[in-house]
Ligand binder design. Sequence first.
Ligand code: SAM
Length: 302
Amino acid sequence: MAQNWQFHNPVFESNPFNPWWMSASPWSTNRRFAYDLTRFIKPKVVAELGVHCGCSLFTFAQAAKDGMFDSRIYGIDTWQGDEQAGHYDENVLRGVELIRRSVFTDQHISLLQKTFSEALGDFKDNTIDLLHIDGLHTYEAVSEDFATWLPKLKPNGIILFHDVTANAAENGYGSVRFWNEITEQYPNLQLTHNWGLGILFPKGDDLLRSMNKNGVPHFLRAYETISMIELTQWLAAREAISHRNRATEPAENTPDKPLPSTNEHKPRREPAGKNHQRTVAAATRLKSRLGRLKQKLTKTSS
Ligand SMILES: C[S@@+](CC[C@H](N)C(=O)[O-])C[C@H]1O[C@@H](n2cnc3c(N)ncnc32)[C@H](O)[C@@H]1O
């Protein structure tokens, strides 16, 4: 069946639950492309190695929800963190579960709290349409994730790799070297902005040919530009709000460190701990406000 690539303007329903992480964490600038890709391929099975707060996981889930196709989405993580993402507490997983319960009740999302190697036994060979590798980014870890999970990928399946650009290399991420090597063996595409996203076709290039027919490689620079403009706007709006708060509120509400400029954008750790608890609490309040509003509306219309 012929597939048509479409440009969507998605509303990411996970945003209000964790605004900073969803809009400005390192994965945020891949969301537009990954959403359109997921709508394009309509994967039956998605597996993600490395979920953390769920920016990428809920991008796949949003596409499945909006496109009304049935995807089984598996998010695998110890939810303990690692030396690059930082170590964090159980509130991170609670936040992810809250979003799943609140927004994606009809989607099949399984959160597997285990190591990637422990989770291998949960998947049969040749069953995953879309695999996202985003765990620890040392050369050794990424090589192992790729080697052990490749058999699980379906023929013509796609693997996404996060952190494949010079920006990641400057931060000592071995994932860049791995990506440079693997792309000599298999067909691929790449988003080169921010931390970068590699798109690999290691078991057949049917989907790549279909994307080529739709002109997708020519649009990649547009995805990068739009996403960086959105990030810049988001950071500018946030800076304006905290500037206003600094001017009008008591001293304890001022941020303890300057906001990142878009050039030195390396906001890896911010949502852990207290900030995250505040986000979850705010999301819970928002949810109950929405519940009350819904009740009111039901009463009015009956
Ligand atoms: C870079 S973060 C994932 C970011 C996420 N994809 C996003 O959209 O923001 C990496 C995550 O991988 C997890 N992780 C790293 N190595 C792991 C392993 N071997 N098994 C399970 N989880 C692991 C960490 O706990 C961390 O939450």
